[in-house]
Design a protein around this ligand. Structure first.
Ligand code: DOR
Length: 457
């Protein structure tokens, strides 16, 4: 029996209505007890004194790209899940835009074997909506469900054909499976490089208008309403989308949504300017689809999280190699390596008073689990919470510790971030997955007498 006892932490679990300084005891990979003085009662335990720190359930990411198979030069399951652990994530859902794409039982089965061999945290596969992600014909949803996918998505590309999307949502209601849509109308964003606005005009780059997203959000909500299927809107980025989702939820449509840390905190100006308006640049590290938008969108997205209109914060971790990014802006791949900065970046909106810490924790833990029924799909009751019997997936963090982003420290192969050199406030210090310490920051490893299993990878 392995026992880990964490003393004196501020333990926050909005799902259990818990916010207090108590102990938590983990036995054999499960949460055993949470309460005052619980840690003192156990003998033969490994111990962590977490005085002054916060403990929550491990973070759950509905949207990341691990790139394996096919793009191992960008990321692998081993490096992506090491990055997840460093970022506080203990469950990640992997997008299917791999090579081959995850559109068959055979591809999912071989992915699951690779996950079994090299994942450091739980990885749940997402299957394709259409064969080869080509948007022409539906992938075999029943076969994919039987193989263990937790959702369907053609992320990176929208399902443009309305009749096909309607069919996908009809299957969704049959199989009770979320369909995660990358909502951008291809006819409005073709060759678009960044948000369509004054910065794109200044840089002379073709834009991706907010309407491209909102048209598809509106269309797909109508199709979800018609079919009863579960529509999930990936990486919501505009105020108009938030309003559409709020209205749909109020009507009882089966729709859920996620926002990324970057869409919650960064604007299109970052592509061209670095803190002053004197010099312009073309910074491909801030190129992402959908693009970074404007302040009024950030405001609406923050309210969306505060009010539960947007269910989850998801990273859209999109690692790319240097050669994918350090080229002409038009040719650079879109995406930001996000797992290792997601928590601290989103803490910006807690520190500026947009939403409380408990809301952030809920959006990173129980809310994504609930949005996709991940506890039922995995058979892991209590996933995303600290309830006794739940998997012992935990994160220990300091909400106020400042640190400076240094891609040299990233576990991810993807060093593509516009945050390099930026000081953020809020640091993940320890990540525990099924009772095992998968990450211990060097700042506390000594104090907590822990070693980081990834040191030096
Ligand atoms: O910027 C993005 N990059 N957006 C997506 O939807 C896909 C992702 C990727 O796979 O790189």
């Amino acid at each position: 029996m392995t026992t880990l006892a964490i003393h004196n932490a501020r333990i926050i679990d909005p799902e259990l209505n818990l916010d207090g300084i108590v102990d938590i005891v983990l036995v054999d990979g499960r949460i055993a007890r949470v309460g005052p003085n619980e840690a003192e009662m156990v003998i033969d335990a490994e111990r962590i004194d977490a005085t002054g720190l916060v403990v929550s359930a491990g973070f759950v990411d509905l949207h990341c790209h691990l790139r394996e198979p096919g793009f191992e030069y960008k990321e692998t399951i081993a490096t992506g899940t090491a990055a997840a652990a460093r970022g506080g994530f203990t469950t990640v859902c992997a997008m299917p835009n791999t090579s081959p794409p995850m559109d068959s039982q055979a591809s999912i089965e071989s992915l699951l074997r690779q996950i079994e061999q090299s994942a450091q945290v739980r990885v749940l596969p997402i299957g394709c909506i259409t064969v080869g992600r080509q948007g022409d014909e539906l992938a075999p949803a029943g076969e994919l469900v039987d193989s263990g996918v937790v959702a369907l998505s053609d992320d990176g590309d929208a399902v443009a054909d309305a009749a096909l999307m309607q069919a996908a949502l009809s299957y969704s209601s049959l199989f009770n499976l979320p369909v995660s849509q990358h909502a951008e109308d291809p006819s409005l964003v073709s060759d678009g490089q960044m948000h369509e606005g004054w910065v794109s005009t200044r840089l002379g780059l073709r834009g991706r208008p907010s309407s491209a997203e909102e048209i598809f959000v509106a269309r797909d909500i109508a199709l979800a309403e018609l079919t009863g299927g579960h529509l999930h809107i990936a990486h919501v980025s505009t105020a108009g989308s938030v309003a559409l989702i709020a209205a749909a939820k109020a009507r009882g449509v089966n729709v859920t949504a996620e926002v990324t840390p970057h869409h919650l905190t960064l604007t299109h100006e970052l592509v061209a300017f670095d803190g002053n308006y004197k010099d312009i640049r073309y910074d491909a590290s801030a190129k992402v689809n959908p693009p970074l938008r404007v302040d009024s969108d950030l405001e609406a997205l923050g309210i969306g999280i505060r009010d539960g209109i947007i269910d989850a914060i998801a990273t859209d971790h999109a690692p790319h190699s240097l050669s994918d990014k350090e080229i002409e802006f038009d040719l650079a791949a879109p995406g930001i390596s996000m797992l290792e900065t997601a928590f601290a970046l989103t803490m910006t909106r807690v520190h500026d008073g947009t939403f409380p810490l408990g809301t952030l924790i809920r959006s990173l833990t129980s809310a994504p689990v609930r949005a996709w029924d991940l506890d039922k799909r995995t058979g892991l009751s209590g996933l995303g919470t600290l309830a006794p019997g739940a998997p012992a997936d935990l994160v220990i963090f300091d909400p106020d510790m400042e640190w400076t982003v240094d891609v040299g420290d990233f576990r991810s192969k993807g060093k593509n971030t516009p945050l390099e050199g930026r000081t953020l406030k809020g640091k993940v210090l320890v990540t525990i997955s099924e009772g095992e310490i998968m990450h211990a920051d060097s700042l506390v490893a000594g104090r907590l007498r822990l070693t980081d299993r990834n040191e030096g990878i």
